[in-house]
Ligand binder design. Sequence first.
Ligand code: SF4
Length: 766
Amino acid sequence: MEIDEAREVRTTCPYCGVGCGVLAKVAADGQVSVRGDPDHPANFGRLCSKGSALAETIDLDGRLLHPEIHGRRAGWDEALDLVASTFSQTIAEHGPDAVAFYVSGQLLTEDYYVANKLMKGFVGSANIDTNSRLCMASSVAGHRRAFGSDTVPGTYDDLELADLIVLVGSNLAWCHPVLYQRIAAAREKRPEMKIVLVDPRRTMTADIADMHLAIAPDGDVALFTGLLAYLGQHNALDRTYITTHTTGFGQALFAASVLDLAGLAAATGLSEDELGRFYSLFAATSKTVTVYSQGVNQSSSGTDKVNAIINCHLATGRIGKPGAGPFSVTGQPNAMGGREVGGMANMLAAHMEIENPEHRDRVQRFWNAPAVAGKPGLKAVEMFKAVADGHIKALWIMATNPVDSMPDADAVEAAIKACPFVVVSDVLARTDTVRHAHVRLPAAAWGEKDGTVTNSERRVSRQRAFLRVPGDALPDWRIIAEVGKRMGFGEAFSYASPAEVFAEHAALSGFENDGARDFDIGAYAGVDAEGYEALEPFQWPAPSQGAPLWPAGDLPLKGGDRLSWPSSPIHNVAKRKQSAKLPISPLEGEMAGRPEGGAQAGGWPEGVGTTGLQARFFANGNFFTPDRKARFIAIRPTTEIRTSPDYPLILNTGRIRDHWHTMTRTGKSPRLSQHIAEPFVEIHPADAQRFGIGDADIARVSSPRGDVLVRALVTARQRQGSLFAPMHWTDQFSAKGRLDTLTAPLTDPISGQPALKHVAARIEKF
Ligand code: SF4
């Protein structure tokens, strides 16, 4: 795409799953400025500290600008030929499962799509997994168990319509700040809205909460199974909904009812009074949204936690309705987009199932592929174990830094070092992972490439280039396609632009999709370069034709029209119709007369959250299971404590407000580093006294796998018996602060997501 540097370009933030719209501009002197996009339905002009500082993170310092082979500069042809020939040779000698891709929620959907197509359709292995495995895999597994599909039922509007928001394992104020601001603004307008925070720590999010339940680590299953039992005992069930739209309720209620209130109090670490007040509030409030994030997902019981939450919403019929539903908030900017194209080792493209022969056949025919992988591949933790034990002999890591971010990071680093052939495509020249690569491929960065991302509410938005690509860097989709061509799959990878990739992805989603599959953006299958460039944010599904996915009700269906999902009162319908060459529905027409833009000073646009037009899944049932009913999952309340006399504390890991992942981007901004300048560990005053730790002391935190040196922060915000430390610092930014050298490769048995929030540890003064 031609870069017009005088123009303000509409793009999206590359950080969290809120998916805020950003306006970026390059001034005549080369200075880049960014501001929130007032017309983007996720943020209406707002940005958090990280988004506001984007311009400070895009200099070329430290960039990988040319391909390198064994540390020497190389040309693209030489590097790509080497990657293609080595992968092909490895496959020929050891089979397709001897190679693997480890990809990233930072990739754009088009990148993800091409990588997945190459591995699952043409290599014939499903050994492609993503760092999103560390982020929301348990939500995916929970959705699929309950709904038969990975469908997030809610939208951001629901947060403004709810009378009760239950935030579970989510420090929204720091990790999804603009969503937090939306809730705060809604609460200011409707002070009667109640907010409950379930978190072992009293985080900044507690400031907005009416009730903070300082739950014991991994006490969530007990909390929500107890809630299901309470709802049954107190006649707070929607029996009509249960009978009509679900199966398995009796077994789920039976399993949930094994503990009495005293037992639940012991399992959750909460008092009986706290449990009673929360349960009665939930039971009495129809419009309830339960928002959950990594505190739920990053657990060895993450999938059960997700289903325990969903069970409560199914039991009360609070799903798919305005202001009601379970709502998984994703950590990364494109975790959802990666899921859509099959970027996880256990999924096919377009939410099709790898274990389903019909789905495999459909994908194979659509791609005209030689062999679609017939079984799930290795999930992230298993994948690096397979690298360590020599089963994987060629590994391609894209846009992520597993040497610092994977659990048991030292073991992962050793595995990568021992792997016979490692390719890393990245923006930076010297991350802890890049330095172990035999071949380094320079990737285009945010601001330099075009594509799409999908945020937590299923909203697809464009990322657009506004900077020239430096050096020899290329967008990831193109690098992968070039390798695919050199491996002999030329025709299937002959894309000329990301628009072509997106159009194919959209076409596959609608291919032989009669409504039995949730993900469908077939309406965009014919999008051309001009339409792609002008693409407005939209929410899926957006089917191209045929019967509506859902029968009548409060869904916006009109006659024989295609199903339409108007996403916001400020949707720029006329522009989209004109430039994207897409039909609009009567409902969108109704909305077209409304003013565009219009973020109001000091608040969100009027009408947001009040239209009732927002498409919601499952309002009338019709899930994606064979009988179209949602499934209750029978879950028994359990707790698992992994402490021991040697490691008597539980270490919880997470994010802080102004840094992102391993700081490869936010670490460039002095402003962002001012918020918290060094790695730290939070410890309760009683624990500090017990272990002889003073405030601001340097402390050694150890687990059976390693130790770090961090500043002690003694605070009653921290739950007694637990520690909290942020995940961001690496050896590049701190002498010995690489936190994931402590975390364990212990995973949820269903989702494969690592239990990054429950690590047995000890602390001592350094
Ligand atoms: Fe970016 Fe998330 Fe902040 Fe929005 S809330 S500006 S998407 S980091």
